[in-house]
Design a protein around this ligand. Structure first.
Ligand code: ADP
Ligand code: MG
Length: 397
């Protein structure tokens, strides 16, 4: 069934509560990456243009104690948003109370208000993060309708998403959420084929659910990065000092058996003797790793093989860097994957996963993908086939 999207919601002269993901990285009160603010603009601008009264809120970081509040105010975000929107964003430094209620009631059509970090409510009794029923009800009472556009927290049942949704007449998804449903949801539900998944990253343990679910859906699952070595070791190969989860060997065996030939492992690797950017590199076949060597990147033959498999793909989902891309000398595999995907002509290419998204962006490929998911944990859980509470609470149409 399809979800109600904000464009289908009548917002004129209504108090529109919008849950956004403004959990931006900050250093000394300065926003170091404003991508999440930029991503929220389409929904905010649309509601403003249609004369809704916009009431924005978000969490920022984790807040457990009164001291944690330092540096976690959303005030700098309100300022940045105001510049981007070209209109005033009235910031109210509270999460509840008379001042907030008065400010909301004074809002005119098309005006924008933002209130303080929702996790300030976690200091006493974790009200936001534990979805305290009274808090969700209270926040819901501040508006007429609710738009959820925070994909980054869609895998959580919090008062500011699920709690409000349970207590308000109408719930729609914002445009960012719509995009995530279309692309990440599309992969899980009805991918255009051939559908190839590329899974890398440090550990198999983090990705069990994703591998299992994608083995059911994808035509091939290409494995890369640190998780490869657990598979190699399980098959009896020497992996030297490469990263390995010895408690996941049985799991690796089970996955290989279940995969029925769909799982493809690297055939060569860039190995070295120290975990450092400067130590000498050798290209080794997967069955020729020496006891004092560790694999830190994917080799050229593997990239060629993966390129062959990917060339006719219609859908590609990539999660997890295929090497230690943080070291420039071991970024080649991850760059190779980016280049291969950038050159696919007829494929929908999607990145899900925090570090893979960061890798693609920092390596200069941000605009070469069809979609780069804005949620790390949320996109992983979505790919595992789990129901995300923040999506489930949006009305169906
Ligand atoms: P994502 O956040 O995209 O889901 P992960 O968190 O699973 O990705 O993995 C990212 C990390 O995996 C990176 O920090 C990278 O350095 C690491 N990694 C990739 N390949 C290796 C390897 N061969 N050895 C050790 N770490 C690796
Ligand atoms: Mg990660």
């Amino acid at each position: 069934m399809a979800k109600k999207i904000v464009r289908d919601m009548n917002v004129e002269s209504k108090k529109v509560l919008i849950r956004v993901d403004f959990n931006v990285p900050m250093k000394d009160g300065v926003i170091t990456d404003d991508n999440r603010i930029v991503q929220a603009l389409p929904t905010i601008k649309d509601v403003v243009a249609r004369k809704g009264k916009v009431i924005l809120f978000s969490h920022l970081g984790r807040v457990k104690t009164e001291e944690d509040k330092a540096g976690k105010s959303l005030a700098p975000v309100a300022k940045s948003l105001s510049e981007k929107l070209g209109q005033e964003v009235l910031f109210v430094p509270y999460t509840r109370g008379k001042e907030l209620e008065k400010a909301i009631n004074k809002l005119k059509d098309g005006e924008v208000l933002m209130f303080e970090n929702t996790r300030f409510e976690d200091v006493v009794g974790k009200k936001e993060s534990k979805n305290d029923p009274e808090l969700g009800k209270y926040w819901a009472s501040l508006g007429d309708v609710f738009v959820n556009d925070a994909f980054g927290t869609a895998h959580r049942s919090h008062a500011s998403n699920v709690g409000i949704a349970a207590n308000i007449a109408e719930v729609a998804a914002g445009y960012l959420l719509e995009k995530e449903i279309k692309f990440i949801g599309g992969v899980v539900e009805a991918p255009e084929r051939p559908f190839i998944a590329i899974l890398g990253g440090a550990k198999v343990g983090d990705k069990i659910g994703v591998i299992e679910n994608l083995l059911k859906i994808a035509d091939k699952v290409l494995i890369g990065g640190g998780m490869s070595y657990t598979f190699f070791k399980q098959q009896g190969y020497e992996i030297g000092t490469s990263i390995c989860e010895n408690d996941k060997l049985d799991l690796a065996k089970e996955l290989l058996e279940k995969a029925d030939g769909k799982l493809v492992l690297p055939v060569d690797l860039r190995v070295t003797k120290e975990f450092s950017n400067d130590s000498e590199i050798r290209i080794a076949s997967f069955d020729d790793i020496q006891p004092d060597e560790m694999g830190l990147d994917t080799g050229p033959q593997t990239l060629k093989n993966y390129g062959e498999i990917l060339k006719d793909a219609k859908t590609v989902l990539w999660n997890g860097p295929v090497g230690v891309f943080e070291f420039s000398n071991f970024a080649g595999g991850t760059i190779g994957i980016c280049e291969t995907l950038a050159n696919l002509e007829n494929a929908t290419t999607i990145i899900g996963g925090g570090d893979s998204a960061a890798a693609a962006i920092s390596l200069g490929f941000a605009d070469k993908f069809t979609h780069i998911s804005t949620g790390g944990g949320a996109s992983l859980e979505y790919l595992e086939g789990k129901v995300l509470p923040g999506l489930a609470c949006v009305d169906e149409v």
